[in-house]
Design a protein around this ligand. Sequence first.
Ligand code: CTP
Length: 474
Amino acid sequence: MSGSYPNALKDPVFRVISKAAASLGLESYVIGGFVRDHILGRGDAKDIDIVAVGSGIDLANAVSNLLPGKPKVSIFKTYGTAMLKTSGIELEFVGARKESYSEDSRNPAVSHGTLEDDQNRRDFTINALALSLGEDDFGKLLDPFNGLKDLDDKLIRTPLDPDVTYSDDPLRMLRAIRFATQLDFRIEKESLEAISRNATRIEIISKERIVDELNKILLAPKPSKGFSLLRKTGLLKYILPELVALEGIEEVEGQRHKDNFWHTLEVVDNISKTTDNLWLRWAALLHDIGKAPTKRFDQNLGWTFHGHEFVGSKMVYKLFKRLKMPLNEHMKFVQKMVLMSSRPIVLASEVTDSAIRRLVFDAGDYVDDLMTLCEADITTKNPKRFKRYHQNFQRVREKIVEVEERDHIRNFQPPVSGEEIMETFGIKPSREIGIIKDAIKEAILEGQIPNEYEAAREYMLKKGKEIGLKVKGV
Ligand code: CTP
């Protein structure tokens, strides 16, 4: 298929590149994601890949010379690429090349090649589409593998034998699944089989690259599509074995538990309808991981997953560490969500003020996120129950607002400070201060006293007396 897309190249920078290439006597093309996304109507990407049949570095320098202010060209000699930024656009230049890969590395041996060679080395037909920047055929589509038809058919397909494409660069297995999920495309059967055959090769890919792809899958409108493909191809067990362990239903004495893998995917899809917060989506993905190691069958209770939230929150740390994800506040947030993921469920049946205060105290600023997670966790297929559970959580949400307006528990600050306790009783830093502060906090959460200074001070005096302290100077 062919055609012409001069409209994709309306930005004046493309004419500049065209001119620079002509002055060097080179052919140049826009290739990859920019072309794909333009044709799909996904808007024009700000990262643009340019192929020069010749030196990409020379072309980048010539382009810079023609641009106002001559933007700085960053050169990556090892890769033979160059990059420059101009009016919010990032241009990446590469010389057309042939690549050959060895077994144990993603870094190929590279030699100069034609545009066709360069298109051959690309991951998918839809990413091998190129638009000419030639002065005579500006905007002409070069599509040797029918990528345009694949865009139309919503199909992920490799230009070469898929076993070669995936084995050359195993990251592409994840990219295939990621594109299928983001774009709601299908992966061609041969390709899917090749991914399954090459799955173990994902182990040569750096964790950072893997996580980048996982994040993109998680941020797609329906992440379950990606995770079920990861499972089906066998990739998931190398990346997130904790999720694979959730799969399956056991039956003992006629009692079955739900399949927690598929349940998890439903929860992730549910939450993706209400939030774009990547970390809340991670929390949904991991909220039940503690269920595999805690699963027991009890004669009286049936299937139990006792303590799975605590075990799960510990597993979050290990999982982030293994995937070399930063062990920062995002990780702590996910841990907190997993740890607290059942708390509002208990509340839904009986909402007392003190239980609400404790929930808000423990969840702090994340109480709304926690409620969002719990609502997404409702996957019952029984419409009556579905409605009832949602109504219960709605009541919890309303109660949170009401109690919070009155008691200000969120970001709780002790109304009486440690200094005041020391000063009042004339004591040095000691255990007693902790005991009194804790007692005040408990009394507030239990609703015995309001969250106010006067009441807290009075309570401090009472508690101090109880543990044998005397007010200074009295
Ligand atoms: N590419 C490839 N194999 C990879 C990565 C990239 O063949 N493992 C090629 C593809 O032609 C791709 C282009 O390099 O289109 C640019 O890669 P990148 O910027 O990572 O992806 P995009 O396709 O632009 O898409 P996105 O920005 O969504 O990642």
